[in-house]
Design a protein around this ligand. Structure first.
Ligand SMILES: Cc1cc2nc3c(=O)[nH]c(=O)nc-3n(C[C@H](O)[C@H](O)[C@H](O)COP(=O)(O)O)c2cc1C
Ligand SMILES: [Fe+2]
Ligand SMILES: [Fe+2]
Length: 392
């Protein structure tokens, strides 16, 4: 078990998953992911969340070790998604006398994953309700749609710990944290925008509730436990959930069939750098991680979207990217459009269609069509587009 001790009474029992191919069947996690779970040992014993079914055996072992012969009185279910709730069935087989703690929505949804009669085995909590364990007390705070409708967080007042569910989560197994040199932000940001990004308003609501609490430690369901000065993490979540650009810069996102649009994208990046753009990020949407491209689209205030036309439509990698941005409610940004087409270009029209349906997107007036290979006329147009993009 990852050796993390939050305090003598509050213990980590989570599991690292370093062999999963894709988290949620879509996100590459080169450093794995952790399914965090905790135990509070007091007069009463509370287990806070379980683990993915993939790692159930290890989780149950961790739990047994920390329980040291005691039996859990409560299982608090902050979130029913299978990466955390997947082992509830096995847990209940082993500890059938445990009372389940959740809210009304938790218990509406629980039988959908684990059919059964839970009568007399549950405590239903609502906003502000408390659960006393002895010297530790959990107060429940509802966080609907901070990923799923039934999500709640809890605050332990004696040690000032926020159990934040998916909020403040990060990709990466905890065993890899020691050698992680890029810090918290990068993978926490990719996690945030791809997993929770659609629900900025609900995250804002949760941050407002959290501001009223004196929090010393944040225990999320993925990634490192946050301690010390928490202001940086809270600040990042505030910017992200308000959909504000975090850094000044431009993302050049391109999808190219035969490489001509890719060449134009490299030239576009050079032009932007030459004109003094402080940061130019690039994403080859056919080959790079699209989740990283989504992250960068939100990180910066500006984007150049460049795509080949394909069968009278948009090249699929760009189409996927635009759909991802739509789903994550991309907004408040300035975007320039460049298409490539050799007989009936259509890519820019389709990209515009996506962007016009989003909130507060400014499209640069010059929309350029490259016809096959990059020529001087295209470079001149890209110079103009760079000026328009950097001007506002
Ligand atoms: C399979 C395929 C389908 C294409 N469909 C169209 C099309 O419907 N309309 C069009 O103007 N160009 C079409 N093109 C041309 C490309 O959009 C583009 O001009 C060419 O691939 C050069 O850009 P690239 O090297 O970045 O892919 C197609 C190209 C390929 C390979
Ligand atoms: Fe989740
Ligand atoms: Fe999760």
């Amino acid at each position: 078990m990852t050796d993390i001790r939050i305090s003598d009474s509050v213990r980590y029992v989570g599991v690292d998953d370093t062999t999963i191919d894709l988290f949620e069947s879509q996100y590459v996690v080169p450093e794995g992911v952790s399914y965090n779970a905790y135990v509070i040992l007091d007069e009463k014993v509370a287990v806070l969340d379980t683990s993915d079914r993939r790692t159930a055996a290890e989780w149950l072992e961790n739990l047994e070790q920390v329980l040291a012969g005691r039996k859990p009185d409560y299982l608090v279910i902050h979130h029913l998604e299978p990466d955390h709730a997947g082992s509830i069935g096995l847990f209940l087989e082993k500890y059938p006398d445990t009372t389940l703690v959740g809210n009304a929505k938790t218990f509406q949804m629980l039988p959908k994953f684990f059919p059964g009669d839970y009568t007399g085995r549950t405590v239903t909590v609502k906003e502000g309700d408390t659960l006393s364990l002895g010297s530790h007390t959990l107060t429940f705070v509802m966080a609907p749609m901070v990923h799923w409708p039934e999500v709640m967080v809890s605050y332990e007042s004696s040690e000032k710990i926020l159990f934040s569910a998916d909020g403040f989560g990060k990709f990466g197994a905890l065993c890899k944290e020691a050698e992680n040199e890029e810090g918290w932000d990068c993978e926490a940001r990719r996690y945030y925008f791809n997993i929770v990004g659609k629900y900025g308003g609900q995250v804002q609501a949760l941050l407002k509730k959290a501001a009223a609490l004196d929090i010393r430690t944040i225990c999320p369901l993925h990634g490192p436990i946050l301690t010390g000065d928490l202001s940086h993490y809270l600040h990042q979540y505030d910017i992200w959930s308000r959909y504000e650009p975090e850094d000044e810069g431009v993302l050049v996102a391109y999808a190219s069939i035969h490489g001509n649009t890719a060449k134009a994208a490299r030239i576009m990046a050079e032009i932007l750098q030459k004109k003094g753009c402080p940061k130019v990020a690039m994403a080859d949407l056919c080959r790079d991680d699209q989740a990283e491209a989504v992250e960068d689209a939100f990180r910066y205030g500006k984007m150049v979207a460049m795509s080949s036309t394909y069968d009278a439509g948009l090249f699929p990698a760009m189409d996927h990217f635009m759909a991802h941005l739509r789903d994550k409610t991309y907004r408040n940004r300035t975007v320039a459009l460049i298409e490539n087409g050799s007989w009936a270009p259509a890519a820019a029209r389709i990209m515009r269609g996506y962007l016009e349906a989003m909130k507060n997107i400014t499209i640069c007036p010059t929309v350029h069509t490259i016809q096959g290979a990059v020529k001087d006329v295209d470079i001149a147009a890209m110079e103009k587009i760079a000026d328009e993009l950097l001007a506002n």
